[in-house]
Design a protein around this ligand. Structure first.
Ligand SMILES: [Zn+2]
Ligand SMILES: [Zn+2]
Length: 206
């Protein structure tokens, strides 16, 4: 089993150890409902529990500094997530040399991703960031928000590819129902993807 884990691990060049304090901060724009945030947090706690890791999720709400970060990367009403993630990764709040504390960031917005009006989210393990793009009435569709939160959190926590992109001996064909497909077919993570997550945290992200 180790060979596929090594292959996946080589896909990353960790830019920081954002996970070392086991802390993830959540920020959302004023038009995102608290009930939506609660669903996101609940699903991520469940995912962590299943993987066997523990993260402290801290809801900061529409904190001014995060709102400024988000607004500064809006282009024509859409969010440039590459810029947002680079900014969050390099922010003083994470810099332990000047009194900050390493952590991951989750941003929730009702805006579209830049040049992408179909996707509902994007995540980066390297930068320790998620941006949920809950456009239209998406935020009120809680079952979808739950699937999405699990999907992006799985990316954030290390699995940067989708289920069909890493065949593994012993796991047969990929499961079409796995949450780690682009179309979010279900809220369940298949045994192969979950085995990767457990292995990843046990051996590579201690
Ligand atoms: Zn899978
Ligand atoms: Zn994905």
């Amino acid at each position: 089993m180790d060979e596929w884990v090594v292959w996946l691990k080589n896909q990353y060049t960790a830019r920081c150890r954002w996970w070392k304090n086991r802390e993830i901060r959540l920020f959302w724009e004023p038009d995102i409902d608290n009930s939506t945030v609660a669903v996101v947090m609940d699903e991520i706690y469940k995912l962590c529990q299943t993987i066997g890791i523990s993260f402290n999720l801290i809801p900061y709400g529409s904190h001014r500094s995060a709102m400024l970060q988000m607004q500064s990367v809006v282009r024509g009403g859409q969010i440039d997530y590459n810029k947002l993630f680079t900014m969050a990764h390099g922010e003083d709040w994470r810099n332990e040399n000047i009194g900050g504390r390493e952590h991951g960031d989750i941003f929730i917005s009702s805006r579209h991703l830049l040049n992408d009006t179909v996707s509902f989210g994007v995540a980066s393990h390297q930068n320790g960031c998620i941006l949920l793009s809950l456009h239209g009435n998406t935020q009120y569709h809680h079952p979808l928000v739950r699937r999405l939160a699990r999907h992006e959190a799985t990316h954030l926590l290390g699995l940067m590819v989708h289920c069909d992109k890493f065949p593994v001996n012993g796991y047969g064909e990929h499961h079409r129902w796995c949450n780690m497909h682009y179309q979010l077919p279900s809220g369940e993570t298949c045994p192969k993807c979950m085995a990767f997550m457990r292995h990843f945290w046990r051996h590579h992200r201690i």
